[in-house]
Write a protein that binds this ligand. Structure first.
Ligand code: SAM
Length: 280
């Protein structure tokens, strides 16, 4: 919904255009995306979202743009394949020009993936030739086996996207995934991921009232349960064979990517990029 609303903004103002985002919506959300296509409707829809989910929309819009740019730069610099872990309704394999000539692997739970595929077929009449859809459950089997079975090549310069997923995983699943990235990607491979800062989870545990965003995700049965201390990110990644390139909160990135309502983007929601260390 957030990406559909951003894509409906005028071409010279929006941070990106995701022409598929609205096609994944039903019911009230579909209606909202349609409403957002005119200027008054756009303001109304964003106002409604921002009142009910303060900070989430600009944060997701900013994180989308940060990741779009990082992935484009990595592909332009010679990465040969792209793996999107927990892809959900990520459409970068279809909408980023740099992704068109390369093999893209989308991993997700089968139900989400089936729904996504059927909406893409409704819109385009077919599935994109450059995308391999890989059904998997990260908590059951990890990413390596299903990806390699689907034709992912280890030892090749690769890009991995892990957006909006870490916060819902166990520490073990996070460690196993990062260890696999460090092992499978040639040196110089990149991973770009979003995460919540540990301070958010600690303050919730200490009894501080949950910010509305945490309360909302908990209410739909997907509470934030994993966070990283951004002050120790370099060490966290170093221990897992990766080198930190940059790490920004969506609030800090607002300066680079201004979005209406962006002042509410929280400091706890962050995006980072790392590379596989040379010589591994
Ligand atoms: C909040 S969505 C983010 C989707 C997408 N990356 C984005 O940023 O729009 C989380 C995604 O992680 C996937 N996911 C969560 N737990 C998973 C698991 N155990 N195995 C596989 N995928 C999982 C969900 O199916 C969903 O698509």
């Amino acid at each position: 919904m957030f990406r559909a609303a951003e894509s409906a903004r005028p071409a010279d103002q929006r941070l990106f255009d995701d022409p598929y985002a609205a096609a994944f919506l039903d019911g009230k959300l579909k209606f909202g995306a349609r409403l957002a296509r005119d200027r008054f409707g756009q303001r109304l829809v964003c106002h409604y979202i921002d009142r009910n989910w303060p900070g989430s929309r600009p944060s997701v819009v900013i994180r989308t743009k940060l990741i779009d740019d990082a992935v484009t730069a990595a592909l332009d610099n010679g990465a040969e394949q792209l793996a999107i872990l927990g892809a959900g309704y990520d459409t970068r394999g279809m909408r980023l020009e740099a992704a068109a000539p390369i093999q893209v692997f989308e991993l997700d739970q089968p139900a989400t993936q089936d729904r996504k595929k059927s909406r893409v077929i409704d819109l385009d009449g077919r599935l994109p030739a450059n995308i391999e859809y890989v059904p998997f459950d990260l908590l059951e089997e990890g990413v390596g086996v299903p990806l390699e079975r689907a034709g992912f090549h280890s030892g090749v310069r690769s890009v991995y996207i892990w957006e909006g997923v870490l916060s819902y995983l166990t520490p073990k699943a996070v460690d196993q995934t990062l260890a696999w990235v460090a092992r499978s990607g040639a040196s110089g491979s990149r991973i770009v991921f979003s995460y919540v800062d540990i301070s958010l989870l600690e303050s919730n545990e200490a009894g501080a009232p949950e910010p509305p965003w945490s309360a909302r995700v908990a209410k739909v049965g997907e509470p934030f349960r994993f966070g990283i201390d951004h002050r120790k990110m370099e060490e966290f990644l170093g221990d897992r064979g990766l080198r930190l390139l940059w790490d920004l909160s969506t609030a800090e990135a607002l300066e680079r990517y201004p979005v209406p309502g962006g002042e509410a983007a929280p400091a706890f929601y962050r995006v980072a990029e790392a590379e596989v260390r040379p010589g591994r």
